[in-house]
Structure formats: C-alpha cells, structure tokens
Design a binder for this molecule. Structure first.
Ligand code: C5P
Length: 214
C-alpha cells in the first residue's frame, strides 16, 4: 500500500475531460477532490464583483487568502467571463504562491486527494503518487464544450468557443510562472478518440500499479 497521504495529480488544458476524470478517480479510491481551477476562479470573481482591474495583484492576493475552499461551487464560478479572468489573474506569481500553499495543505490532509489543474504534477505536488496529463485536440475540446452548453439549454457559436480555447491555451502554456505542461514523469492520456470510460480505465491501471508498488 502507498504511504499516506498520497496525491493523484491531473493536469491538462480547458475542456480536456480532466475534471470528469478527477471526480471519477476520487469517487473510486475514496479520496477528496480539489478542482484547483475553482480557486483561481474564486479570486477572479471577487475582483470582477468589486470592479477591480484584473492585474491588481495586492487585491488579488488578499482575495486568495480570504475565500473558503469549502464554499467554492462550480455552478457559481462556471461563467465564461470568470474563466477568462481566472487565466489572467493566474499569471501573477503572488496570487499563485498563496493558492499553491492552500492547495498543498488540502492535499496533505487525511489519507490524500485528487487535485486537478494546470501545474499540479509540476509545481503543487511534484511527489504525487501518479501524474496524469489529459489532453485532446482544440477542435474536439471546442465541440465538447459546444454540446455541453447546448445540453444545458444555452446557445453558442462553436467557432467562437474554439478561438477562446486557443487563446486560453496560449495564455496558460506560455506564461512565465508555472506554465501548463506535462511533468516529465506524467502519463499522457489523449482523450480525442477516447471515451471518458476508457480514460478512466487507463488511469485506474496506472494508479493500481503504483499503489501496489509503493
Ligand atoms: O480549469 P479552469 O478552466 O477552471 O481554470 C481557470 C484558469 O485558472 C485556467 O485557465 C488557468 O489559467 C488557471 N489555473 C491555473 N493553475 C491551476 C488551475 C487553473 O493557472 N492549477
């Protein structure tokens, strides 16, 4: 059995399927789950609500220290504007430092956790038991997001979604502090041609093998 607490680190770009996969893994292994994207979104929402500029690092740091992780709700933070703003405040090292500390504390409690985000395997939990890097082509991710919006009763333009995804990828992959990239020891899961069930089975094989070995 692995030493406790252990972490499963899941990284990948927007709409890659990493959130769904993280929730499945957490439920299967009885681990707590932290969607770290929500922590950046919670900070962005506070700044937007206060009408503050998104590069106001002092206010963003204060917001990052203040909000309650247990109160974060994806439905409240799901808005596209909040996601865009989150990726802008996420370039500020002072904000990242506060959030990364809080994410590490979450990972260290109890028997362990599944964390998903952009820098979990590279920065937040470099000693994670298993690291997964979930990806899919921008076109496939845009189509998925489009159908998700339609099935929730909304309307959208797939071309606009694709352009947004490319812009967000570019910002997240090319920032100076903790850019999105696979850790050298991450297992790559390309979900372009794979169902979530197949991705889950692939992840399970890796995790079961690591649990047996450690
Ligand atoms: O995953 P989600 O779309 O909710 O993340 C919103 C933004 O927060 C991302 O585009 C990224 O810029 C930032 N983020 C980050 N590091 C993480 C999680 C999210 O920089 N670990």
């Amino acid at each position: 059995m692995a030493e406790l607490p252990y972490t499963i680190a899941i990284d990948g770009p927007a709409a890659s399927g990493k959130g769904t996969l993280a929730r499945r893994i957490a439920a299967h292994y009885g681990l707590r789950h932290l969607d770290t994207g929500l922590t950046y979104r919670a900070v962005a929402r506070e700044l937007l609500q206060a009408g503050l500029p998104l590069d106001d690092e002092r206010s963003a740091i204060a917001a990052a220290e203040r909000f309650a992780i247990g109160d974060m709700r994806r439905d409240v933070l799901a808005d596209h504007t909040i996601g865009e703003a989150a990726s802008k405040i996420a370039v500020m090292p002072g904000v990242r430092k506060v959030l990364v500390d809080r994410q590490r504390r979450f990972a260290g409690e109890g028997s362990g956790a599944v964390l998903d985000g952009r820098d979990i395997g590279t920065v937040v939990c470099p000693d994670a038991l298993v690291k997964l890097y979930v990806t899919a082509s921008p076109e496939i991710r845009a189509t998925r997001r489009y159908h998700e919006i339609l099935s929730n009763g909304g309307s959208a333009d797939e071309e606009v979604i694709l352009a947004d995804i490319r812009k967000r990828d570019d910002r997240d992959m090319n920032r100076d502090d903790s850019p999105l990239k696979p850790a050298t020891d991450a297992h790559l899961l390309d979900t372009s041609e794979m169902t979530i069930e197949a991705a889950f089975q692939g992840a399970r094989e890796r995790i079961d093998a690591a649990l047996k070995q450690n």
